[in-house]
Write a protein that binds this ligand. Structure first.
Ligand code: FMN
Length: 222
């Protein structure tokens, strides 16, 4: 698989089979992803990989919180600005329409949307997941480094025939994740990532993208 194919075939997959992901594949992917760039080569990512019993335990504990209607944990970072301006507001709304529309869920059907969202905390059925942390004293450039690293992981997973879904949703149950992983106190959970083989029977939308001239400005010659 060439890089273009890895990039264009990667998408957020939200339905996985229970087919296990071999440990050596995850080790190969994460070893290669370590070559991701970072400012001054800080490599500010801290990754925990969960499979088997510990992942089942995490899903169980998170599921119990969802079922109990537990409030989300206090935020350690804001996922989005409190007010999303144009064009981001419209893009988010289009994403919601695509995502829930593909599942036949109406915009105002909050119960169905809640149910669909809850699948996050079951890792959409995935048999493997990773959780990526960053030190709390790191700034935006290091958070960007972590983003590059995570994208590298997702592309390498494609090269292995695997799919993934990055999940900030896990940050709202970060204390439950911490119960299972016991990370040091000075780390913040940025996001989780479900990993596995796609369950092709699960209906999901393919998102679109803004046209190139909305996001890229060429200055200069050919
Ligand atoms: C950092 C990050 C966090 C995300 N968190 C979630 C999440 O919690 N739950 C989810 O279903 N999708 C999540 N996504 C997936 C995005 O919704 C998805 O990448 C976006 O809509 C573009 O669609 P595509 O990845 O299928 O191309 C996340 C993506 C990123 C990059």
């Amino acid at each position: 698989m060439d890089v273009y194919e890895a990039v264009t075939s990667r998408r957020a997959v939200r339905g996985f089979t229970d087919h296990p992901v071999p440990r050596q594949v995850l080790e190969r992917v994460l070893s290669a992803a370590a070559w991701s760039p970072s400012g001054s080569n800080l490599q500010p990512w801290h990754t925990y990989v969960l499979t088997g019993e510990p992942l089942a335990e995490l899903k169980k504990r998170a599921g119990e919180r969802v079922a109990a209607g537990d409030p989300w944990d206090e935020r350690e970072y804001e996922m989005y600005p409190p007010v999303l301006k144009s064009p981001y507001r419209e893009r988010r709304s289009a994403f919601g329409d695509q995502r829930y529309g593909a599942l036949g869920i109406a915009r105002e059907d909050w119960e169905a949307r809640r149910r669909i969202t809850a699948a996050n905390w079951d890792c959409f059925g995935a048999p493997a997941a990773l959780f990526c942390y960053i030190h709390r004293d790191m700034g935006s450039p290091q958070w960007a480094d972590v983003g590059m690293y995570l994208q590298t992981v997702m592309l390498l997973l494609r090269a292995e025939g695997l799919h993934s879904c990055a999940q900030m949703a896990w940050s709202v149950y970060r204390t439950t994740v911490a119960e299972v992983l016991s990370p040091p106190d000075d780390l913040i959970l940025f996001c989780g990532m479900s990993i596995g083989f796609e369950d092709a029977t699960v209906n999901d939308a393919r998102t679109d993208r803004a046209p190139l001239d909305e996001t890229v400005t060429f200055v200069g010659g050919h």
